[in-house]
Design a binder for this molecule. Sequence first.
Ligand code: PMP
Ligand code: GLU
Length: 397
Amino acid sequence: MTISERVKNINPSQTLAITAQALKMKREGKKVISFAAGEPDFGTPENIREKAISAIREGFSHYTASSGIIELKEAILEKLKKDNEIEYKTSEIIVSTGAKQCLFNTILTICNPGDEVLLPTPCWVSYTEQIKFAGAVPIFINTYQKEGFKLFAAQVKEKINSRTKLLILNSPNNPTGAVYEQEELKKIALLLLKYNIYCICDEIYEKLVYDDAKHLSIASLGDEMKGKIITINGVSKSYAMTGWRIGYAAGPEEIIKGMSKIQGHSTSNPNSIAQKASVEALNGKQDAIEEMRKAFDERRKYMVERLNEIEEISCLIPAGAFYAFPNVSKILERGIEYNGKKINNSFDLSNFILKEAEVALIPGSAFEAEGYLRLSYATSLEDIKEGLDRIEKILKY
Ligand code: PMP
Ligand code: GLU
């Protein structure tokens, strides 16, 4: 069988692969605790579910406009105006099958083969592969634990050249939980204008910020700026709707039109029932978000404290999202003996923890950051306690 070079070139999603492996082990009767998948353990709020049931009963079961129903686009407009202080028209919005599809469509619409895409690391798994799929080149900008994984405008400037087409910003960040400083974001925004670079702002974790962290949408910094930015968001994380698969993008009309063309020939409209449910998510009562955020906040503090109690591990307290990203490089330097080999990378370490402690987590290497592990705390406190007991035991010097 001949597989295309394009597909040979990309790696499978490790977040999804490890989550699937944990589920398989559970089906085999193992008591696996999963810190792998980045998804809330809460159910979708009742009012949202009810709207979906009504939509089914009313027979809302036909194709919709490929780029999404007007009612949902209007709810998105209102949301962006109210929460993010950005004004858009419906022609500047597209609804897709998850924020993941919005990202994919955006990158394919903007990038030609050989174009460079600036990508701050550690970064979420799918950006790198989507960039490669488009034939573009990821240019990594490393951020560091000692600087709170913050991104600085000077670092961005250093990587800009005539091939630079796009920058991907993800704040609050998956996997580090960093929320970028507003002053730096403003400086980065000026670079976009000066060097004519587009920017994807992946704001999917915007509602999940803790302590005094504040999220800023840089598309709100004026009309000229808005012309360079594609703001991406969705209902997966804020409304515990990962399986419903609704994400959206807002940006310059020409880019949104390009994305709609791709969507029109690939998946067509996102699920009709899920679109109706998402209208309720955005327009209906919002208290479920704060309830989840408070629960995540408690788990965040507990998980990070426990991780830092383990000798050889250091973990920053994340300001947003729902991941802890501990530095395990000292453990890798020591090298745990396992199956006749010394474990010296995060992939083998996460595999060892999965096999021997039955705790699933993601290696830092999946996020272009060797020497770290990612643990999602969007799971029950009880599981977090048990999972960390097991990890502590197995990593003891
Ligand atoms: N961006 C980031 C940073 C993510 O972690 C995820 C994870 N699901 C997505 C986008 C995609 O979200 P979805 O497709 O579920 O809307
Ligand atoms: N975004 C989540 C994560 O990082 C869900 C899985 C995925 O889509 O990658 O784990």
